[in-house]
Design a protein around this ligand. Structure first.
Ligand SMILES: C[S@@+](CC[C@H](N)C(=O)[O-])C[C@H]1O[C@@H](n2cnc3c(N)ncnc32)[C@H](O)[C@@H]1O
Length: 440
């Protein structure tokens, strides 16, 4: 068999994971076409896959699509160096359930929840305000765009007060993939729509929101004001400058990973100052509400104690990319997840039935089929993202119902971890000493 070109993605994958890259995927990802930070992500993905014991034979087109197009589209370099405000409704539903189920000290009176780096439009903070109606909720972000433009397909773009383009986000329906594969064209299309709709606004100086529409495209000025309710307020501030808010619970999801470990620690220190004793901080990463990993810290005697590290069962799936996605080296969460993943994968009484069952469900739901050669084969036509997410949710609900979450907990227990299923239904462990260093 011909060796792969030395500079190719396939050769890199084989360098980290051993020989046997699926030949039918050769050429699907071109390293030279990617920006340098996306190439770095790929190197870290492969390194972490190796630590996790992910077999090269499972490499598949879903991972390739993420690495070649989705990930380059969500890195700051794609947005002029700014951290994109990516968020999506329902993303933190399980974490809202986690908080709702806690017994916080009664002494504090009004319970307060702060969503740090809430993203924009702040749909997950709105979800939380709806789920916790008795709480006061604050959504904090360093910037809320002045204008949002929704096109007829539900894709949207954000613009600043000068009308300069900032960011676009595809909907999970049809056509989203094309937006990322030709970002220049997408930006230009949104700029033209903005130029056509902006003159229809009657008073650009208004502090409340105003919406104008033409041909099904909608431009909204001051959209942030549409989200405030009796129990939900927004604060435009950097974490480091935030005025004190005595918080019962803080969520900081999909924010810290954009920073180096030193800066993360400074940010954690600052967040810890807002928490009341007995309060909780949940900080970590997930995708569209899936493939979650996070640490849960408790404020105890003025210290922030990392008492739990948790991850969702789907991180063990063949089609998952998030378990290995990092933006900086030495990310403590992914390193620990890789360690736990390796422990679980190398215990055959759990892993053999788990992965057999997963293969059966992947085939049943029409994702892919395991060939006689051991590789995963996909239908010619890839599923639309919303169909993928719906079927993926069904698949993992079934895996959960079959008791694989508890099986993973048992496996980790046998390996010496103190493990349990947490109130979000995720696999939790007591983090080994020194994994998450509290900076205070
Ligand atoms: C990827 S979005 C995550 C949104 C939301 N938390 C979620 O999980 O869906 C990251 C957000 O963090 C905000 N952010 C980044 N650094 C920040 C900082 N130092 N202070 C406040 N917000 C910050 C960005 O503006 C962006 O809106």
């Amino acid at each position: 068999m011909e060796p792969f070109n030395k500079t190719s993605f396939e050769a890199l994958a084989e360098k980290f994971l051993g020989s046997g890259f699926p030949r039918h995927l050769a050429g699907a990802l071109s390293m030279p076409k990617l920006p340098p930070d996306a190439r770095d992500v790929i190197r870290r993905v492969l390194r972490l896959m190796k630590r996790s014991g992910y077999p090269l034979a499972d490499f598949n087109p879903v991972l390739i699509r993420w690495l070649a197009s989705t990930i380059p589209g969500i890195l700051p370099s794609a947005w002029g160096g700014n951290i994109p405000p990516i968020t999506v409704p329902g993303r933190h539903r399980k974490l809202d359930g986690y908080i709702a189920g806690q017994d916080f000290p009664a002494s504090s009176g009004q319970r307060t929840f702060v969503d740090i780096g809430c993203g924009f439009p702040p749909v997950t903070t709105a979800d939380t305000a709806y789920r916790l109606p008795e709480w006061q909720i604050y959504g904090v972000d360093r910037s809320f765009a002045d204008y949002v433009l929704y096109d007829t397909n539900g894709h949207y773009a954000c613009f600043n007060g000068k009308g300069e383009f900032l960011y676009f986000q595809p909907s999970t329906g049809a056509g989203g993939k094309a937006l990322y594969s030709a970002p220049g064209r997408t930006k230009e299309r949104f700029r033209q729509l903005f130029a056509a709709l902006f003159p229809l606004l009657r008073n650009a100086d208004l502090l409340s929101s105003e919406t104008v529409e033409r041909d099904g495209n909608r431009l909204i000025h001051n959209h942030i004001t549409d989200f405030g309710t009796a129990n939900l307020k927004f604060i435009e501030s950097d974490i480091m400058d935030l005025e004190p808010i005595p918080a019962t619970a803080v969520r900081c999801m999909n924010v810290l990973m954009y920073f180096t470990r030193d800066i993360q620690n400074e940010m954690l220190g600052r967040i810890g100052q807002h928490l009341e004793n007995g309060g909780l901080l949940i900080a970590g990463t997930n995708s569209f509400g899936i493939q979650a990993r996070y640490a849960v810290y408790k404020k105890d005697d003025d210290n922030l104690v990392p008492g739990e590290f948790a991850f969702s069962l789907d991180n063990l799936g063949h089609l998952a990319i998030m378990p290995w996605f990092t933006i900086h080296d030495n990310d403590p969460e992914t390193a620990l997840l890789a360690e736990l993943s390796r422990t679980i994968r190398s215990f055959p009484p759990f892993w053999a039935p788990f992965s057999r069952h997963l293969d059966q469900l992947l085939e049943y739901h029409g994702f892919c089929r395991r060939g006689a050669d051991g590789f995963l084969y996909f239908p010619e036509e890839m599923m639309l993202p919303d169909v993928f997410l719906e079927k993926n949710a069904l698949l993992w609900r079934e895996m959960q119902e079959k008791g694989y979450g508890e099986g993973a907990v048992d496996t980790l227990g046998k390996a010496g971890y103190y493990a349990w299923i947490n109130p979000a239904g995720d696999i939790a462990i007591r983090p080994p000493d020194g994994t998450f260093v509290w900076p205070g």
